[in-house]
Design a protein around this ligand. Structure first.
Ligand SMILES: CCCCC/C=C\C/C=C\CCC/C=C/C(=O)SCCNC(=O)CCNC(=O)[C@H](O)C(C)(C)COP(=O)(O)OP(=O)(O)OC[C@H]1O[C@@H](n2cnc3c(N)ncnc32)[C@H](O)[C@@H]1OP(=O)(O)O
Length: 300
């Protein structure tokens, strides 16, 4: 609610201004210029910029070291997505990463390991809201994936309308079972909607992480190109989508996705409870502890 109120107060992008907003102890800096008609919003975690000529916004994540989705990053993502959504001249959004070799490592595991219950609930609600916003966006959304994209990173990518991935040794998929956890129903639904039931069933049980070629083959991503070309390829693809009648396209998207979103809308509170109960189990805490340890040991 506080976020909505704040967003309601934001002025349109096409005005000359520099605005500094402090939110949850974070600083958002906005630079606007009437002549170039473009505005950047930058936080510690991301930058949102709009090319007013094309109507294409770029949302670049840059939370070091791996774009782990913690509460603050998810809050920033929600604000940025809502801002792009509310900006009339914005028609499409490219979601990408400013960090080398990483799209997003998914949820920040430290949010789930030895958590404080109140923050854990807020964390999960903020993630739910981010997914509903991105999956249900009126904008054409294209993920430009120039690096690893496991679990929550894969969810974000799958929530876009189209995925461009870099060739190379990067992995994408819902690998939750490898951490000893279970992908919630709306993660699963999003994957079923993307690659089908059978392939999802196999991938989820195995916690399978797809390489780029295999991801293309099963339809988890739509296009492969060189790492340096990923954002360019996403933008080129976007221009094709933007030629379609916007209302017809949005209605078609909503017809395909709204039922999946509504499933979470009606079960949102129950889903938070289920998540909290599950994650705070001793066995799950132990498994997460081992996984974190193995990540640290990998680094040596
Ligand atoms: C039947 C009942 C059902 C009920 C169900 C209800 C609820 C369901 C419950 C839970 C659902 C939760 C869903 C979870 C979704 C997730 O997204 S979990 C996160 C999954 N992510 C991963 O497994 C990725 C792990 N990371 C990596 O594999 C690698 O880091 C990499 C992304 C491939 C990058 O490799 P590299 O470049 O070599 O970087 P490092 O491995 O060295 O990492 C750098 C530092 O970052 C730390 N780190 C990496 N990933 C994470 C992360 N996700 N969270 C927190 N921290 C992370 C890593 O430890 C390094 O830290 P240090 O520098 O060593 O301190």
């Amino acid at each position: 609610m506080a976020v909505r109120t704040l967003l309601g107060l934001l002025r349109p992008w096409q005005q000359f201004r520099t605005t500094i907003i402090t939110l949850r102890g974070k600083t958002l800096v906005e630079h606007g210029c009437a002549r170039s008609m473009s505005t950047d919003t930058t936080t510690d975690n991301l930058t949102l910029s709009l090319d007013s000529k094309t109507g294409i916004a770029t949302l670049e994540m840059h939370r070091k070291p791996v774009n782990g989705l913690n509460l603050e990053m998810l809050t920033d993502l929600n604000i940025a997505l809502e801002k792009a959504e509310n900006e009339k001249s914005c028609k499409g959004l490219v979601l990408t990463s400013g960090l080398p070799k990483i799209f997003s490592a998914g949820l920040d595991i430290l949010e789930m390991y030895q958590p404080k219950p109140e923050r854990l609930a807020e964390f999960w609600r903020t993630l739910q809201n981010m997914w509903m916003r991105l999956y249900g966006s009126r904008l054409v959304t294209i993920a430009a994936i120039a690096g690893h994209s496991p679990a929550g990173g894969c969810l974000m990518a799958m929530s876009c309308d189209y995925r461009v991935m870099a060739t190379g040794k990067y992995a994408i998929g819902l690998n939750e079972t490898l951490l000893g956890i279970v992908a919630p129903f709306w993660f699963r639904d999003t994957m079923v909607n993307t690659i089908g039931h059978r392939e999802t069933e196999r991938a989820l049980q195995l916690g399978h992480l797809y390489g780029a070629d295999e991801a293309l083959k099963v339809g988890l991503v739509d296009h492969l190109c060189d790492q340096e070309e990923v954002v360019k390829a996403a933008t080129e693809e976007m221009s094709r989508w933007l030629k379609v009648n916007a209302v017809a396209r949005q209605l078609s998207k909503s017809a395909m996705r709204q039922a999946t979103i509504d499933k979470l809308v009606v079960r949102q509170e129950q889903d938070i409870e289920d998540f909290m109960t599950f994650v705070q189990r001793d066995a799950v805490q132990k498994a997460l502890g081992f996984y974190l340890q193995s990540l640290r040991e990998k680094r040596g």
